[in-house]
Structure formats: C-alpha cells, structure tokens
Design a protein around this ligand. Structure first.
Ligand code: SAM
Length: 282
C-alpha cells in the first residue's frame, strides 16, 4: 500500500456482500482506518478478516482530529476513511479531513462503492439525465418548507434522504410544496431484506405509507420527478402561498375555508396544516 495516501472507501449500505475487492484490499493494507463508529464497522471488518487498527472520526471530533491525521499522513502513514454505511462525506463525516488533505498536497484516492442515492436513482424509473441530491430536509417546519420551496422549479429529479420517524411529515410537506400529483418514488431499505420501491404521486405515496406501519420502518431515499410546468404543480404552489397569506391576516378557520374554496383542497387538511405551522413557529 502506498504511503502517505488518504483512501476514501465506500462500504455497503446494508448488504455486506456489496463491499468491493478493492475496498477489502485497501482496508487490509493501510496503516490505520478512520471510522465513523468503530463498533458499527467491526462486523464488516471482521467478516473480511481485516485487523487494521481502527480509530474514530465522527462529526463531533472531526475538526480537531483531522489536523492530527494530516500529520500522520505527512509522516508517510496511509489512512482509509470509512463511514457507517455507503460513501464517506455523502451526508457523513470526512469533509474537513479531505479538504485539509487536499490543502496539504496529500493524494486522496476514492475507492467507489455503495451509495444510497445512486442506488435508488438507478432503479427508481425517474429521469436520470439531470438530478439534484439535496440530502436531509431541515427538521424545523418553516425552515423545511422554505428549503423545499427553493427546489420547486428544479427540472431534474430531486433526491432526499429521510429517516423513519420523519418520512410521513416529509412526504406531506413535499406534496404541499411540489403538488400532490407530482410523481415520486420512495426507496426503502435498499440492498436489505425488505428492500421496497413504492411509486406513485406524492399524495398516493403519503396515504399508502400512512396506512402501512411496515412501510414506515427502515431507511429511505425519496425521489421526486423534476418540475415540468404542468398545471397540477402550479395549483399546489398557489395553494400554499394563499394559505400563508390568508392565515397571516385572518383567523385560522376562515383562512383555511377560503383557501379550500379557491383551490378545491380539503378544508380540514388546510386547517391542520396552519395549526402545525403555527405550533412549529412557537
Ligand atoms: N453515506 C451514505 C450513502 O453513501 O448513501 C448516507 C449516510 S446518511 C447518514 C444515512 C441516510 O442515507 C439514511 O437516513 C437514508 O436516508 C439513506 N440510506 C442509507 N442506507 C440506506 C438504505 N439501505 N436504504 C435506503 N436509504 C438509505
């Protein structure tokens, strides 16, 4: 193994058989491995007979620890960076280390492999010629809605990561912002036993997942068809704006009733939406 190199090594996103020959060779050959959670990576390393020393590099220590790792690389040691799952740096730690390595003139070598977003995109059946990976939506409602709104007119396929406890609110807010009729795919538990692709409109997907507790378990990639300028998209954009403006001026009940009349959407749903928003703003 070449000395003084930083290898960025992708590991499986569920199915251990997805580790590559090259990843195993590199992980066996380097002086040490920096892992997000050393306990989490242990089963993968043991399954491949890898006994290279492992130290932890996670979001809470990576700024401080990266400088020390760079020293070791400059001293000629070789290091492999891995995340808990998939490709490091993709919504996982490693950016400060790679950035500092580049600045220090250290060679960074990617070892490609699994990545949930690309895996989902490859089988979803949505356009792949242009896409935008947005990562995790913000947790706070107002922030999330504004963040989603900035993507409303993106024409490429949109990709998001989401966890099991926020999958339903995420789909609901996406339907609100992008339009209930926007085509989408929910890819769940990729490469694992319960791998599922659900396809349909945002509204239909939300209903289907709400009804079935099993569909709410595991890890998710949400894919949304890009903006195509059709009327279904535009109506939903307007409804959201109308609701926002009216609820600033009128009592909640009246604002939701008027928005329902203008847009044809359900009064009660609009009412709940305003309440949810107000609660989050408190
Ligand atoms: N570095 C990883 C990658 O390359 O995909 C992503 C890590 S990020 C912290 C974890 C998120 O990725 C999960 O919450 C989920 O949204 C998505 N994810 C990871 N593994 C997945 C899987 N097997 N199926 C579906 N989504 C997955």
């Amino acid at each position: 193994m070449s000395k003084g190199l930083l290898y960025v090594v992708a590991t499986p996103i569920g199915n251990l058989e997805d580790v590559t020959f090259r990843a195993v060779k590199v992980l066996q050959g380097v002086d040490f491995i920096a892992a997000e959670d050393t306990r989490h990576s242990r089963p993968l390393l043991s399954s491949q007979g890898i006994d290279t020393p492992v130290l932890s590099l996670h979001e809470h220590n990576e700024r401080d620890k990266s400088a020390w790792l760079i020293e070791r690389l400059i001293d000629g040691e070789s290091l492999a960076l891995i995340a808990d799952a998939g490709t490091p740096l993709i919504n996982d730690p490693g950016f400060p280390l790679v950035q500092q390595a580049v600045q220090a003139g250290i060679k960074v070598v990617p070892i490609p492999g699994a990545n949930a977003m690309v895996c989902a995109l490859s089988a979803a059946g949505l356009p792949t010629n242009r896409f935008l990976f947005a990562g995790f939506p913000p947790r706070q409602l107002t922030q999330r809605l504004n963040w989603l709104r900035a993507l409303q007119r993106e024409t490429g396929t949109l990709l998001f990561y989401e966890s099991s406890h926020r999958i339903i609110p995420a789909l609901s807010d996406m339907a609100e912002v992008f339009g209930r009729q926007r085509e989408a795919v929910v890819a769940r538990e990729l490469t694992k036993l319960h791998e599922t692709f659900l396809r349909g409109t945002l509204e239909a997907l939300q209903i289907e997942i709400e009804r079935d507790a099993n569909q709410q378990r595991g890890e998710f990639v949400i894919l949304i068809h890009g903006y195509s300028g059709n009327s279904g998209d535009r109506v939903m954009v307007d409804a959201e704006k109308i609701l926002e403006v009216l609820s600033e001026e009128l009592p909640v009940k009246q604002a939701s009733a008027l928005t329902a009349r203008i847009t044809g959407q359900k009064k009660n749903e609009l009412y709940q939406r305003i309440l949810r928003k107000k609660r989050n703003e408190m």
